[in-house]
Design a protein around this ligand. Structure first.
Ligand code: BLA
Length: 514
């Protein structure tokens, strides 16, 4: 197998994973012209099922290659699951799709005779649990855990994870179902490069993939290059597609023998994956894969609905926070004093770990900023405000998730201020509300067993999951979680609410001190 060098790693995003020209050896592929029905491509292992190899099969009419009536049966698509057919005395799942103007038939022998028995029942009961009002009422995480349990029951893998992409496409294991005694990956984060951009694009179009044996040698397609396109047959829609050697090495380094994953889409975008590992090679029948696909589609719908209602709830929560913030009677307290008691609300409003309110007239008790939660020092905040006031703030809200990059004086303070969200409360005086977030690497936990010794092994350290986590942490150094549009809206709304109260009070103070 080709060795994976650092140079290879740098071109990961460009590896054409749909054009590798091979399939996994668990089945046979035959592609033929739709008109003449002559065989145009066949996998090198064809003899195992079709009684003859590529030399004999290429160019022949498909009717002379496949058992009589097979194609008609597959095209008619009997029953709900994938069609099973009899080829050379073996029962096979038959899957048909089109690619590069060819019809592509894939045949996968049914293993131990009953590969699909019970799949429909298991899937149906899982579906029932997932759509039950009970599962729904328990919230997203419970729903995801249910789904992980259901998929594990269906495929019998050791570890089934729900892997969720963040906005920057790094990912996190947010739910999991594991066999007793198997390491948990729950809560672990991985860099975006672990699932490169073209893989994510492919998984958006083709939702299921199975690597039944990470050590299985790929079987070449014949011919390796199509005369029409001058490149290998496009296997984007194929079930047997062989996978990137880089990814296989990653899986081996993880101690994984088989990997199965199903896409979770939200509004047509890749939201995450159900990522499943077995510690030894393990087949998942086409029927069970399809059942998992149905579950994943259902889960995707539930997630979309759930997220929409969560967004609505968060919106309502913010509105009520704003009310709570501005309604309390100031009495004879200054706005700053009044707001001090509301610190938790102020932080919750934007999901910050600290807030600084700079409302000061040049003299008086409010000349120093009001610091709530985890923030830089008063001096640091003063300097930051001076810098903010100098520049033209693009828009009324300024936000950054790598403050150290644009404002070096706080580069060493990523522990409190990697992220800054600032609103200027008044154009004529430097009054600000500033929200701070710490570096994200400090807010996520390595949820595996950090005390477990990592064996230093030769070879490609980068492709080891622990190393991969470290890479992610390195990439995220100095960065906070990004501010969402909702955070920005909340900041703007707070500005609207505060401006009236605070400025009136500040003018009052100014008048008094004159
Ligand atoms: C594909 N990488 C994948 C897939 C997963 C992961 C789930 C989909 C294929 C599958 O089902 O196995 C990553 N798997 C994970 C992660 C976890 C997991 C993060 O279980 C966490 C628990 N991978 C790398 C690097 C490269 C890379 C550095 O780590 C490239 C430089 C490549 N990953 C890579 C490629 C694919 C992939 C090329 C596509 C494989 C294919 O479908 O052909």
């Amino acid at each position: 197998s080709p060795s994976v060098s650092d140079a290879d790693l740098s071109v990961c995003d460009r590896e054409p994973i749909h054009l590798l020209g091979g399939i996994q050896p668990r089945g046979v592929l035959v592609a033929f012209h739709p008109g003449s029905e002559s065989v145009a491509v066949v996998s090198a292992n064809a003899a195992a099922l079709l009684g003859a190899g590529p030399d004999a099969l290429l160019g022949k009419p498909v009717s002379g290659v496949l058992p009589h009536g097979l194609l008609a049966r597959v095209e008619a698509g009997v029953g709900p699951g994938p069609v099973t057919v009899e080829v050379s005395g073996q029962r096979c799942f038959a899957l048909l799709h089109e690619s590069d103007g060819l019809r592509v038939l894939e045949l996968e022998p049914v293993i131990d005779g009953d590969g699909d028995v019970g799949a429909e029942e298991t899937a149906l009961s899982a579906v029932q649990r997932l759509v039950s009002p009970l599962a729904y009422a328990k919230g997203t995480v419970a729903l995801l855990n249910e789904a992980a349990d259901a998929v594990r029951a269906l495929i019998g893998y050791d570890r089934v994870m729900v892997y969720r992409f963040h906005a920057d496409f790094h990912g996190e294991v947010v739910a999991e179902s594991v066999r007793e005694g198997v390491d948990s990956f729950l809560g672990l984060h991985y860099p975006a490069s672990d699932i490169p951009v073209q893989a994510r694009a492919l998984y958006t179009r083709n939702p299921v993939r199975l690597i039944a044996d990470v050590d299985a040698k790929a079987v070449a397609l014949v011919p390796p290059v199509l005369p029409g396109t001058q490149r290998p047959l496009d296997l984007s829609g194929s079930a047997l597609r062989s996978v990137s050697e880089i990814h296989l090495e990653y899986l081996r380094n993880m101690g994984v023998g088989a990997s199965f994953s199903v896409s979770l889409l939200k509004d047509g975008q890749l939201w995450g994956l159900m990522a499943c590992h077995h510690l030894s090679p393990r087949m998942v029948s086409a029927a069970r894969r399809q059942a998992c696909e149905v579950l994943a589609r259902l889960l995707s719908l539930q997630l979309s609905a759930e997220e929409r209602s969560q967004e609505a709830a968060a919106q309502a929560r913010r509105a009520s926070l704003l009310n709570m913030l501005v309604l309390p009677n100031l009495g004879d307290r200054s706005p700053a004093k009044a707001l001090e008691t509301q610190a938790p609300l102020l932080m919750e409003l934007t999901g910050a770990h600290g807030v600084a309110l700079v409302l000061g007239a040049s003299a008086g008790p409010e000349s120093s900023p009001l610091l709530l939660g985890t923030t830089p020092s008063a001096e640091e905040v003063h300097a930051l405000v001076a810098w903010l006031s100098m520049g033209e703030l693009p828009g009324e809200v300024f936000h950054v998730d790598r403050l150290g990059d644009v404002y070096p004086p706080l580069a060493s303070r990523a522990d409190v201020a990697a992220g800054l969200l600032a609103v200027r409360l008044d154009p004529s005086v430097p009054h600000y509300a500033l929200w701070f977030r710490p570096e994200v690497a400090r807010t996520v936990a390595w949820a595996g067993n950090p005390n477990k010794p990592v064996r230093p092994e030769p070879g490609h350290a980068r492709l080891r999951p622990r190393a991969s986590f470290d890479v992610w942490r390195e990439e995220m150094r100095g960065a906070s979680t990004p501010w969402s549009t909702q955070d920005l809206e909340a900041a703007r709304a707070l500005k609207g609410a505060l401006v009236g109260v605070v400025l009136r009070h500040a003018e009052e103070l100014a008048r008094l001190s004159r």
